[in-house]
Design a protein around this ligand. Structure first.
Ligand code: NAP
Length: 297
């Protein structure tokens, strides 16, 4: 994370995703127990991995492990990179019909030339716990009840945990992917932030970043955001996860200026998985007709 020795003042600026995720998983575990007691059914998440990308494979392994930790059954479906769109869609259709599967996660990225949009659209709303279908994403953008994209929703929970006031705040999101930047911008808008969404065609990016009270970096380029671009006192969320466990923000330089910042690793990543587990349990409870509300807000 940092090569410089950290002071207590530095440590107090860190948003601890590991600790909050642990608390959420504890809550999820209790709800899993209640569902099993009341319905005699174990909540189940199916993870679909297409291709042999080592990073994707590692993410899926981690998600399975976390499922096991909280008592969620994890079903893993691995498909070769040569699978056709029709084949992948047929597998997702089968999971959609399977009453023993309550949630479906198709790991990103889906290799080309598979039509990822068709694959995502095959996930029914009730099981779309990462909000990748256009219906789920649309509901999330409109602020309607339903599942949200796990990474931005995890970030929203982290912001709430650290009591970051979003009302009227000037927020800048870098990245417009359908799993991260776009739903992130929508969630912030729904929380009454004033949002600028930047991407690779944005002009004068650093000038825009300099105006941000809240900066969300979701670019996928190591140390892309320079310390001197950050407004003193800003809250910085680094969603990037690049080779060597490096984020999208130049952490050491940013730490000098921010009021709060997420470390990489240990910030956004654990929150993504905790949110996935949380939404999986909610999906199972809804499908099984068991009333188990989250204990945590
Ligand atoms: P993505 O689909 O590749 O999107 C990257 C976005 O960054 C695009 O919108 C792109 O703009 C923009 N961008 C690229 N170069 C830029 C530049 N020079 N200036 C401004 N914008 C630029 O990536 P993603 O899936 O959203 O993921 C982003 C990062 O988050 C990655 O590091 C990924 O590993 C990480 N991630 C972390 C988690 C987690 O749980 N921690 C989960 C998901 C993703 P265009 O649209 O114009 O191409």
């Amino acid at each position: 994370m940092s090569s410089r020795e950290k002071t207590d003042a530095d440590t107090s600026k860190l948003m601890d995703g590991v600790r909050l995720a642990r608390r959420i998983r504890g809550d999820v575990g209790l709800r899993v127990g209640k569902i099993i007691t009341e319905s005699e059914v174990v909540p189940a998440l199916a993870t679909v991995l297409v291709g042999d990308d080592p990073a994707s494979s590692a993410y899926v392994r981690m998600k399975r492990k976390r499922c096991e930790d909280v008592g969620i059954e994890s079903l893993r479906l691995d498909l070769p990179p040569t699978a056709s769109t029709d084949e992948v869609v047929a597998e997702v259709d089968a999971l959609a019909q399977d009453k023993g599967v309550h949630a479906i996660l198709v790991q990103h990225p889906i290799p080309q030339p598979i039509d990822r949009r068709r694959v995502f659209e095959a996930i029914p709303l009730a099981k779309d716990v990462d909000a990748v279908s256009s219906a789920a994403l649309g509901r999330s953008i409109l602020g309607l009840p339903g599942f949200g994209s796990c990474t931005p929703l995890g970030i929203m929970r982290l912001l709430a945990e650290y009591q970051v006031d979003l009302d009227g705040v000037r927020a800048v999101v870098i990245g417009r992917s359908p799993i991260l930047g776009r739903p992130m911008a929508s969630m912030l808008i729904n929380a009454h932030a004033t949002v600028t969404l930047c991407h690779s065609r944005t002009r004068n990016l650093s000038d825009i970043i300099e105006t941000a009270d809240l900066l969300i970096a979701a670019v996928g380029r190591a140390r892309f955001v320079k310390g001197e671009w950050i407004k003193p006192g800003a809250v910085v969320i680094d969603a990037g996860y690049n080779e060597g466990y490096v984020g999208d923000v130049d952490f050491d330089a940013a730490l000098e200026r921010v009021s709060l910042i997420t470390p990489v690793p240990g910030g956004v990543g654990p929150m993504t998985i905790a949110t996935l587990l949380d939404q999986t349990v909610t999906a199972a409870a809804q499908q099984l007709g068991v009333d188990v509300k989250p204990v945590m807000p």
